[in-house]
Structures are given as C-alpha cells and as structure tokens.
Design a protein around this ligand. Structure first.
Ligand code: HEC
Ligand code: HEC
Ligand code: HEC
Ligand code: HEC
Ligand code: HEC
Ligand code: HEC
Ligand code: HEC
Ligand code: HEC
Ligand code: HEC
Ligand code: HEC
Length: 315
C-alpha cells in the first residue's frame, strides 16, 4: 500500500516535470539583464548549428506553429535574402550554442511574452529590413512605447496579418480598443466591414507628421479621398482650413457625419457670442434653429462657399 502510493507520487512528479519542460523555457527564471547578457555572450561565441533548421527541428517539429514558418516568405530557401537561404532559424533566434542540450540555454524569443527588450527583439528584424519604409520607425510612438515588430507581424504563418486588408484592423484594434469602439458607433468610416483600414490614414511604422498620418497633416490626409473639400473657396470657414478634426472624429461618433456634437452645440463651441448664433433651441420642430439641420438650415456651406454672396456660408 505504502509502495504504490510512492510510485504514484513519483509518476505525477515526473509528469509535472515533463509538462513544465514543454511549456516554459528554462530561462524564464532569468532576470532580464542576465538573459540579455547570456544572449550577447552567445552571439560573441557565434556557435551556429552545423545542420541549420534540421538541428532545431529534431526537437521543435511537433509544434505546428514552428512548422508554419515554411508556409510563409521567411521559410523559402529560394527567396534571395531570406533567412532560409542563410543562417536559417538562427538568423532570427540567434546561434544555437548549447541550447540543444535539453533547451536550457536561452534563444532569442519574440512577442509580448518574451523577456527580451523590445529594442533587442526588433534589432533582429531591422537587421534585414533596412529599406526606406522603416525610416520613421525609430522616432515613432510604437518604437518609443516599446511595441515589437512581432506584435503586429507573424512570421511563423502562411500569411502575415498585415498583408491582408481583412486582418489589418483586427491587428490594430487588439491594442487600440478605444478606436475599436468608435469605429462601431452609429456614424463612422467603413472600418468595421474592412472596406477601409487604419493604414489608409496612419503609417504603422511612423511618419514625419503628427499622429503618424500618411500625409503631412490631418487635412492633406482627408483630402486624399474627400478632394471636394480641398477648395480653394471664395469664402473659407477658418476651422475647416485649419483642421477637419475641429468638428469630426475620424474614427467614428454617435452623431451623424461623425461630428463631435450635434448642431447647434457643434457651432456654439466657437460662436458663443451674443446674437442669433447663441440662441437656445426651444421649439425644436417649429424653429429654423432647432429643426432639421439647425444652423445648416441657413449656413448650408459649412465647409466653404464659392457663391459670390456666400460670405456667411449660406450658399
Ligand atoms: C534537443 C532539443 C532542442 C533543440 C535541438 C533545439 N531546441 Fe529550442 N527548445 C528546446 C526546449 C526543451 C525548449 C524549452 C521548452 C519550450 O519552450 O518549448 C526550447 C525553447 C526554444 C525557444 C523558445 C520558445 C518559447 O516558447 O519561448 C526557441 C525560440 C527555440 N527553442 C528555438 C530553437 C532553435 C532556433 C533551434 C535550432 C537552432 C532549437 N531551438 C533547437 C529544445 C530544443
Ligand atoms: C524571420 C525570423 C524567424 C525565423 C527565420 C524563425 N523564427 Fe521562430 N519565431 C520568430 C518569431 C517572431 C516568433 C514569435 C511568434 C510569431 O510571431 O510567429 C517565433 C517563435 C518561435 C518559437 C516559439 C513558438 C511557440 O509555439 O510559441 C519557436 C520554438 C521557434 N520560433 C523556433 C523556430 C525554428 C525551429 C525556426 C526554423 C525552422 C524558426 N523559429 C525560424 C521568428 C523567426
Ligand atoms: C535574414 C533576413 C530577414 C530577417 C532576419 C527577417 N526578415 Fe522579414 N523578410 C525577409 C525577406 C527576404 C522577405 C521577403 C522579401 C521582402 O518582402 O522584402 C521578408 C518579408 C517580410 C515581410 C513581408 C511579409 C509578407 O508576407 O510578404 C514582413 C512583414 C517581415 N518580413 C517581417 C519581419 C519581422 C517581423 C522580422 C523579425 C521577427 C523579420 N521580418 C526578420 C528577410 C528577413
Ligand atoms: C503597429 C503595427 C506594426 C508594427 C509594430 C510593425 N509593423 Fe511592419 N507593417 C505593419 C503593417 C500594417 C504593414 C502593411 C503596410 C502596407 O501595406 O503599407 C507592415 C508592413 C511591413 C513590411 C512589408 C512591407 C514593407 O513595408 O516593406 C515589412 C518588411 C515590415 N512591416 C517590417 C517591420 C519591422 C522590421 C518592424 C519592427 C521594426 C515592424 N514592421 C513593425 C504594421 C506594423
Ligand atoms: C501591441 C499593441 C499595439 C498594436 C498592435 C498597435 N498599436 Fe498603435 N500604439 C500602441 C501604443 C502603446 C501607443 C502609444 C499610446 C497610445 O497612443 O495609445 C500607440 C499609438 C498609436 C498611434 C498614435 C501615434 C501618435 O503619434 O500619436 C497611432 C496612430 C497608432 N498607434 C496606430 C496603430 C495602427 C494603425 C496599428 C495597426 C497597424 C496599431 N497602432 C497597432 C500600441 C499598439
Ligand atoms: C480617416 C482617417 C483615419 C482612420 C481610418 C483612422 N484614423 Fe486614427 N487618427 C486620425 C486622425 C486625423 C487622428 C488625429 C486626431 C486628433 O488630432 O484629434 C488620429 C489619431 C489616432 C490615434 C491617437 C489618438 C490620440 O488621442 O492621441 C490613435 C491611437 C489612432 N488614431 C488609431 C487608429 C486606429 C487603431 C485606427 C483603425 C481602427 C485608425 N486610427 C483609423 C485619422 C484616422
Ligand atoms: C481612404 C479614403 C478616405 C480618407 C483618407 C478619408 N475618408 Fe472620410 N470617407 C471615406 C469613405 C469611403 C466614406 C463613406 C462614404 C459612404 O459611406 O458613402 C467617408 C465618409 C466620411 C464622412 C461622412 C460620414 C457619414 O456618416 O456619412 C465624413 C464626415 C468623413 N468621411 C470625414 C473624413 C475626415 C475628417 C477625414 C480625414 C481625417 C477623412 N474622412 C479621410 C473615405 C475616406
Ligand atoms: C466647422 C465644423 C466642420 C469642420 C471643421 C469640417 N466639417 Fe465636415 N461636416 C460638418 C458638418 C456639420 C457636416 C454635416 C452637414 C453637411 O453636410 O454640411 C459635415 C459633413 C461632412 C461630410 C459628409 C457630407 C459631405 O458634405 O460630403 C464630409 C465627407 C466631411 N464633412 C468632410 C470634412 C473634411 C474633409 C473636413 C476638413 C477639410 C471637414 N469636413 C471639416 C462640419 C465640419
Ligand atoms: C472651432 C471653431 C469653430 C466652429 C466649431 C465653427 N466655427 Fe464658424 N467660424 C469660426 C471662425 C474662427 C470663423 C471666422 C472668424 C469669424 O468671423 O468669426 C468662423 C466663421 C463663420 C461664419 C461666417 C462669419 C462671418 O462673419 O463671415 C459662419 C456663418 C459660421 N462660422 C458658421 C458656423 C456654423 C454653422 C458652424 C457649425 C456647423 C460653425 N461655424 C462652427 C470658428 C468656428
Ligand atoms: C434662419 C436662418 C439662420 C439660422 C438658422 C442661423 N443663421 Fe447665422 N446668420 C443668418 C444670417 C441671415 C446672417 C447674417 C448674414 C449677413 O449679415 O449678411 C447670419 C450670420 C451668422 C454669423 C456671422 C456673425 C453674425 O452674427 O452676424 C455667424 C457666426 C452665424 N450666423 C452663425 C450661426 C450659428 C452658429 C447658427 C446655429 C446656432 C446660425 N448661425 C443659425 C441666418 C441664420
């Protein structure tokens, strides 16, 4: 009786050990500094495996995620400059060294669960991806906020999610939940159907303009699709030429036409001096100020007017 209990305990113990080996890397216990130090040392020694990927796959081939590398561009040995045409797995994960002795020695791991700093992870990718599209990366908010390349990109996959119009928004809204809720509001750009994507307006790798916009400023970005709003108009409306986001939320709004507030409040934010512009709306249905388009019942050309007598944006 005693004996069987012991054996049972031993069995469960070894099962637990196997499980922990399979799910947690041994170096999970290391501090960030110690991990980084060991990896740098490994790179200096540069002990790459003799058989490349074949070596790694003796242990890692059962992981379907690992094998999916071969369905994507990074797994193609006939692609010039691809990892598989060179150091193979170790082009990204670093030299094997003594890692094959039971997986105890650390390798470079990627993504949100990796203990390695974002900068170190990203330097691996930037080693090959040096083209002009990465020019603004360094100064971008994503870099400053330590977002990693691997949080948006998947290399162990047939299709990288950023290369498909249907999965880009999901990639972004995974972190940007506020924009996700706005894009599902009553009035919004057709983002929820993926007919438009975040990168129609934003450059994910950063850009020289504010908010990482694809054009030099807000208005230029909007004009690229709403050309009719560009003008020039005979009679301009100052807040329009200044910035469309004075009145619109480009991600969506509970109000029609994606405006921050409904008229007349929208207009009264700025036109609050005495006079008819400040009228309190009382009889909404009978009053030119409160009914229909409110202020736009008369000032219908709120974006600017080309009519000779359109000074007050009425025609
Ligand atoms: C003798 C077996 C063995 C070999 C060969 C081997 N590994 Fe590992 N590897 C392991 C074990 C065990 C772990 C830790 C458990 C785990 O996370 O899967 C591990 C973990 C990893 C991890 C971290 C996974 C994570 O979840 O963070 C990476 C990356 C990795 N190995 C890459 C490689 C690469 C690249 C090669 C070839 C250069 C290689 N391994 C060769 C056994 C091996
Ligand atoms: C282009 C760079 C690159 C190459 C080449 C590469 N990997 Fe990875 N590997 C990554 C990234 C990035 C991740 C994080 C998961 C992801 O984004 O797909 C990862 C994740 C892993 C993991 C953890 C998988 C898991 O289930 O969480 C293992 C193990 C691994 N790679 C092994 C390998 C092996 C073996 C090879 C060669 C056959 C290889 N990698 C080639 C970049 C690379
Ligand atoms: C050894 C060089 C090398 C490394 C390291 C490398 N890549 Fe690549 N990558 C390539 C090549 C070659 C291509 C295919 C040609 C191209 O698009 O430039 C490519 C293509 C891509 C693409 C376009 C994907 C597609 O499906 O067309 C993305 C995204 C990408 N890499 C991201 C990454 C990320 C993220 C990392 C780091 C985890 C990384 N790469 C590391 C060489 C590399
Ligand atoms: C915030 C998400 C995000 C991050 C972080 C990110 N990317 Fe991208 N990346 C994208 C999107 C979205 C595209 C598709 C852009 C397009 O088609 O214009 C892309 C495209 C690419 C491409 C293929 C097309 C091209 O521009 O050459 C490569 C290569 C690439 N990224 C590499 C990287 C590297 C390297 C890093 C890290 C230094 C990185 N990316 C970080 C979202 C991201
Ligand atoms: C891993 C999380 C993560 C992902 C995925 C991500 N972002 Fe971000 N993004 C951040 C963080 C963190 C910030 C900085 C804090 C903030 O503004 O929320 C940021 C900021 C931004 C900003 C503000 C930039 C500025 O200069 O004001 C824009 C625009 C942006 N992201 C667009 C995108 C787009 C487009 C995508 C998808 C291609 C994306 N993000 C994917 C984390 C992420
Ligand atoms: C139609 C163009 C457009 C689209 C599409 C768009 N944005 Fe924006 N985004 C902007 C503009 C313009 C700003 C600057 C807003 C401002 O100054 O008030 C901005 C600002 C941001 C910011 C910074 C917010 C802050 O308060 O600092 C983030 C984050 C962001 N966008 C993420 C996203 C994400 C994620 C998506 C996709 C779901 C997306 N955007 C789609 C135009 C757009
Ligand atoms: C990539 C093209 C594109 C860009 C860039 C763009 N828009 Fe749009 N916009 C659209 C499309 C498409 C619609 C929807 C038209 C429809 O549904 O009939 C739309 C609709 C609108 C609407 C009307 C929404 C409604 O409820 O009917 C407003 C307001 C608007 N956009 C403002 C902006 C502003 C402000 C910017 C700049 C921050 C901008 N747009 C940038 C394509 C774009
Ligand atoms: C002073 C506030 C204000 C500013 C600034 C503003 N809009 Fe509007 N916008 C409105 C109002 C109010 C409506 C709805 C009534 C209408 O159509 O005139 C509207 C409607 C729209 C529509 C949908 C209907 C249509 O006219 O096509 C688009 C698109 C649009 N705006 C784009 C823009 C763009 C692009 C800018 C920047 C160049 C901009 N708006 C700046 C107040 C503004
Ligand atoms: C962000 C501030 C702002 C908002 C919001 C705004 N305006 Fe204006 N508006 C101005 C400025 C600034 C001028 C030009 C200076 C002036 O004459 O007051 C102007 C001028 C005008 C004029 C012409 C005045 C004249 O004497 O030539 C009219 C009419 C007008 N706005 C109507 C509206 C209406 C209607 C709305 C709401 C849809 C609106 N405005 C929203 C700031 C704003
Ligand atoms: C019934 C039509 C009508 C409505 C509704 C209306 N306006 Fe006017 N608005 C006018 C006329 C007419 C003028 C004077 C034109 C002139 O002097 O040539 C004017 C002038 C203005 C001016 C220029 C400065 C001034 O007071 O003379 C502003 C600003 C203005 N309106 C804003 C608004 C705002 C904001 C609203 C909504 C709360 C609004 N208007 C609603 C007809 C209207």
């Amino acid at each position: 009786m005693m004996m069987t209990k012991r054996i049972f305990q031993l069995l469960t113990l070894s099962v637990t050990l196997c499980l922990s080996l399979a799910s947690v890397a041994a170096w999970d216990e290391l501090s960030e500094e110690e991990l980084e130090r060991q990896l740098v040392e490994k790179f200096e020694k540069g002990e790459y495996s003799k058989k490349g990927a074949d070596n790694c796959l003796t242990c890692h081939r059962k992981d379907a995620k690992v094998m999916a590398l071969f369905d994507g561009v990074h797994g193609r040995s006939n692609q010039p400059g691809s990892p598989m045409a060179g150091l193979q797995c170790e082009a990204c994960h670093g030299p094997m060294g003594k890692h094959n002795r039971g997986g105890k020695e650390p390798m470079i791991a990627f993504g949100p669960d990796s203990k390695l700093s974002a900068e170190s992870q990203n330097s691996v990718c930037l080693g090959c991806h040096t083209d002009s599209r990465q020019q603004s990366w360094h100064a971008s908010i994503h870099n400053v906020e330590e977002v990693t390349c691997a949080e948006c990109h998947e290399v162990h996959a047939k299709h990288d999610p950023t290369q498909n119009q249907l999965t880009i928004n999901d990639t972004c809204t995974g972190c940007h939940t506020e924009q996700k809720s706005m894009m599902n509001m009553r009035s919004s750009h057709p983002l929820k159907w993926n007919r438009m994507t975040c990168i129609d307006c934003h450059s994910p790798h950063g850009s020289p303009s504010e908010h990482a916009l694809v054009k030099s400023d807000v208005n230029q970005t909007c004009y690229s699709c709403h050309a009719e709003k560009r003008g020039p108009f005979l009679w301009e409306h100052e807040p329009v030429t200044e910035s469309c986001v004075n009145c619109h939320n480009p991600h969506g709004s509970v109000n029609e036409n994606m405006v921050h507030y409904r008229a007349p409040q929208l207009c009264q934010q700025c036109h609050a001096e005495d006079g008819h512009a400040n009228r309190v709306v009382q009889r909404a249905d009978q009053d030119a100020f409160g009914a229909g388009q409110s202020c736009m019942n008369c000032h219908s050309q709120v974006h600017g007017s080309n009519h000779p007598v359109g000074a007050k944006l009425q025609r």
